[in-house]
Each structure stands twice: as structure tokens, then as C-alpha cells.
Design a protein around this ligand. Structure first.
Ligand code: ZN
Length: 221
């Protein structure tokens, strides 16, 4: 009998972590790329479409474990306005960070805007950082907020962006060389010549198009 009884809390489960292909090499760059996040079946979608997809994405990048993701979704159902505000804040941060990734090297204003946003969010997020075991045997970093429960969600992303500034990583932050692609990444290659988000996607496409041009040029001459 009890098996069919479901408490409202238990009916809220985190969406499956179906986001894949994180190519940014840094959390904050993957966050920027999540406006066209790649799903397992190859479809692209905005991970900040709604609060549930946002939490799903945070789970996929292991900022939240399943338990905390479920708790965030429960809280969102209890406090829909606060959840919507948190989602808008995430979108705003993403815009600022995209600007930092694309122009931060030579645009002081992009840096200043990012700094202001980073410090504003950090200022509102009192809490403590923890490392906790995951149910699958791995580990996850957690940030437990003291005040606004949603404010802490962006802290790991913010800290990743702060690290990029502190460690002077902007010179190695690039946008994919394909004019049709907006993905950004940190170039961790030894020679600093990574050009593509993914060789198997944009790199090969460019190669194929160069090849077609060569063939056309040959047949024309
Ligand atoms: Zn690309």
C-alpha cells in the first residue's frame, strides 16, 4: 500500500545529467558555452532555459551532486520567485563572462564588468566550501550557503573565472576559429595553437571545406 504513496518531496528528482562534451577546459568557459549546451543525442539547447535545466547542467559538471540538486529543485518549487531571480542572475553572469572570454584580453571594460559581477555575487554568498563523497564512490565539491540558498550555485563558476584573472589565463582563452561557432575554450595545448572547440566537429569541417576549395581550383584551371 505504502509503495504507491509518494511524498511531494520525493517526486522531485533531478533531471538526468544528459549534458556532454565539455570542451572549455575551465568551468567558467563551459558555463559560457552552455547557451548551446550539447546533449547526449547531439541536440544543442540553452542550459539556462529554466531552473530545472540549470540545475541539471550544474549536476552534469559536478558542481552539484544528485542529493543537492534534488534539494535545489525542491527549494525552487517552494520559492519560485527566488529561483527565477537566480536563473536571471545566472544568465546575466553568462553574458558578462562571455564578454570577458571574447574581449577580456584587450577590453578593460569587459574586465571591469566581470570583476564587478564576480565581487557582487561573492559578496552575497556567505557559506562554506566542502568536499563530499558521491553516491557513485567519487567526490564532489560543494558550497553550502549560509543565507540565500540559490546564491551559492554560481560560486564555483565565479571562482573559476576569478582563477583565470588571478593566474593571467586570458591570453590563452580563445573562441573557436570557425566563424559559425561561438564556443570558447582555454588553450591548454603545449604549443598554444589550439584553434577548434573540437577537431571532430569544427576542425574537420574546415578541413573538408579547404579540400573542396582545392578540388574546385584544380578543376577550374
Ligand atoms: Zn567550434
Amino acid at each position: 500500500m505504502t509503495a504507491i504513496l509518494q511524498l511531494p518531496d520525493q517526486s522531485i528528482t533531478p533531471p538526468p545529467a544528459e549534458y556532454t562534451r565539455f570542451i572549455g577546459e575551465r568551468l567558467w568557459l563551459d558555463f559560457v558555452n552552455n547557451d548551446r549546451a550539447v546533449l547526449r543525442r547531439g541536440r544543442a539547447a540553452d542550459a539556462l532555459d529554466d531552473f530545472d535545466t540549470y540545475v541539471g547542467w550544474l549536476g552534469a559538471v559536478r558542481v552539484l551532486d544528485d542529493e543537492r540538486a534534488a534539494s535545489m529543485l525542491r527549494r525552487a518549487h517552494q520559492q519560485p520567485t527566488a529561483a527565477t531571480t537566480a536563473l536571471h542572475e545566472a544568465r546575466r553572469l553568462r553574458n558578462v563572462l562571455r564578454n570577458l572570454a571574447e574581449h577580456g584580453m584587450d577590453d578593460r571594460r569587459a574586465q571591469d564588468a566581470a570583476l564587478a559581477e564576480i565581487n557582487r555575487i561573492l559578496g552575497r554568498s556567505a557559506g562554506s566550501r566542502r568536499v563530499e563523497p558521491r553516491t557513485d564512490g567519487g567526490f564532489v565539491r560543494n558550497f553550502v550557503t549560509a543565507g540565500d540558498v540559490f546564491a551559492g550555485l554560481l560560486v564555483p563558476v565565479i571562482e573559476s573565472a576569478a582563477d583565470a584573472l588571478v593566474h593571467d589565463e586570458l591570453p590563452r582563452v580563445r573562441r573557436c576559429a570557425s566563424p559559425r561557432c561561438v564556443r570558447v575554450f582555454y588553450d591548454a595545448s603545449r604549443n598554444g595553437k589550439r584553434r577548434w572547440c573540437e577537431m571532430s566537429v569544427c576542425g574537420n569541417r574546415a578541413k573538408a571545406s579547404r579540400h573542396r576549395q582545392k578540388v574546385r581550383a584544380k578543376s577550374a584551371s
